[in-house]
Write a protein of this length. Structure first.
Length: 448
């Protein structure tokens, strides 16, 4: 998961410190004990005065007498003069704090600053073994992370890595610490590494990673990079809900929304239709209204019919008025075949592209494709939009390979964002290869 719960973090901390009592060197009470320890290998050099207070404190801690241990450990800290003695005192304090938290049933050890002081002491102590240093640095980073001190957390995590410490959650913690510290590209690059590692092992990375990367990239000015992550997210998790979110974020919200005209917005509604992402009455009615505004009554009528059939558009009110307008426009339209003939004879390609739009609205993709190509050959005012519409017609006709290549021809700008989303659908194969407005009855999609 992208973020561990506080309970899980607490469990990790307490589990990590619970073993410290057994790991720490036993403090010998007398010369006999010291001689026995010497036979086991190199020992820390501890003064007699320090041993006098540390040994009973450790014994009380090991036996579970936390009240006595607390008093003894305070005395031990006061008696510690050397790095060796301070190492023992800090370990005892860390173990005591962990045991106290366990006894109290605390669930947010990560937010308890009482753990920070002994961990800091152990991390800075030159005699702390390297294998323990990594664990301590990671635990300290987790505390800083929970306190939203992300730059501090990142430093501790990196120190843990340098010490060779391994934890399955650490790469994601580092990624988020980087992002929240202001290094969005660096943090997202870490997420990319995690996802690719999962993919290499035949596993599917959690969706939270994609969502987090998309959300954070969206806060930057890297439009192409953000859309790349949107593509990866939709390729991995192509649900109707995700398609709706992506289309709204990159088409109807943010800086792109103000740059898109009704033609491009219709293209986005078409994509919502084929991905079963039209969610409510507002979607259907706005889609139909834009179609009527641009002289696409057949598509408007199909949209309204589909909305009514889905149960999301009541057959009254706005539906009735829009459906009536659609019927009138259809009745007053001339023959598209005659317009197509004129378009092919025209020196300009604009009539051809306009007639192709009408054919696209009628789901007559072969005719639309032919006329879009005629328009591009003769020359049109907006080649980006025509290239986009040709790609859409090819995608809906089932020729997704040609469509993907066509979308690549759209130059950077608002049309490119729309083309990128359509290309994602064309290349992932998600959703039906059917009409834009008349796709099969959609699965339940989220509202709003």
């Amino acid at each position: 998961m992208m973020k561990r719960t506080k309970t899980a973090l607490a469990a990790a901390l307490l589990a990590g410190t619970a073993g410290l009592v057994a790991a720490q060197p036993a403090v010998a009470k007398d010369k006999k004990d010291q001689q026995a320890q010497a036979q086991q290998g190199p020992q820390l050099k501890l003064s007699a005065d320090f041993r006098k207070v540390a040994a009973p404190a450790q014994q009380a801690l090991n036996s579970g007498d936390l009240a006595t241990a607390a008093t003894g450990i305070t005395a031990t800290e006061a008696a510690a003069k050397t790095d060796d003695e301070k190492y023992i005192a800090a370990q005892l304090r860390l173990s005591l704090t962990a045991k106290q938290q366990q006894a109290a049933g605390q669930t947010n050890a990560a937010g308890d600053t009482t753990l920070a002081a002994p961990l800091d002491a152990l991390i800075s102590n030159p005699v702390t073994p390297k294998d323990q240093l990594g664990k301590y640095a990671y635990l300290r980073g987790t505390i800083a992370f929970e306190q939203k001190k992300y730059a501090d957390a990142l430093g501790y995590y990196q120190k843990a890595q340098a010490a060779g410490y391994q934890d399955p959650d650490m790469p994601l913690q580092i990624a988020k610490a980087k992002v929240e510290s202001g290094d969005v590209p660096g943090g997202v690059a870490e997420i990319d590494t995690v996802i690719k590692k999962d993919e290499a092992s035949g596993q599917k990375a959690p969706e939270d990673l994609y969502r987090y990367a998309v959300a954070k990239m969206y806060t930057t000015n890297d439009r192409a990079g953000t859309l790349n992550w949107v593509q990866r997210w939709l390729q991995a998790y192509p649900s109707a809900k995700n398609w709706r979110t992506a289309i709204f974020v990159f088409g109807f919200q943010g800086p792109t929304a103000a740059q898109l005209g009704k033609a491009q917005k219709i293209d986005l509604y078409r994509l919502m239709s084929v991905t079963n992402a039209l969610a409510d009455e507002g979607d259907y009615l706005q889609y139909a209204q834009y179609c009527l505004d641009l002289g696409l009554p057949d598509e408007a009528k199909t949209v309204l019919t589909k909305g009514k059939a889905s149960g999301k558009v009541p057959a009254s009110g706005t539906y009735t008025s829009l459906n009536g307008l659609a019927q009138k426009q259809i009745a007053s339209e001339g023959s598209l075949a005659s317009l197509a003939t004129k378009a092919k004879a025209s020196s300009s390609g604009d009539l051809a592209s306009q007639t192709a739009d009408a054919y696209l609205g009628q789901d007559k993709y072969a005719e639309a494709i032919e006329l879009y190509k005629v328009g591009l050959q003769k020359g049109v005012k907006d080649s980006n939009l025509v290239n986009l519409h040709l790609g859409i017609a090819e995608a809906l006709s089932g020729d997704k390979t040609s469509a993907a290549a066509q979308f690549d021809k759209v130059q950077p700008g608002p049309d490119k964002d729309v083309a990128t989303l359509w290309k994602t659908w064309a290349t992932t194969g998600t959703g039906p290869a059917t009409t834009a407005a008349g796709a099969a009855t959609p699965a339940a999609a989220p509202a709003g």
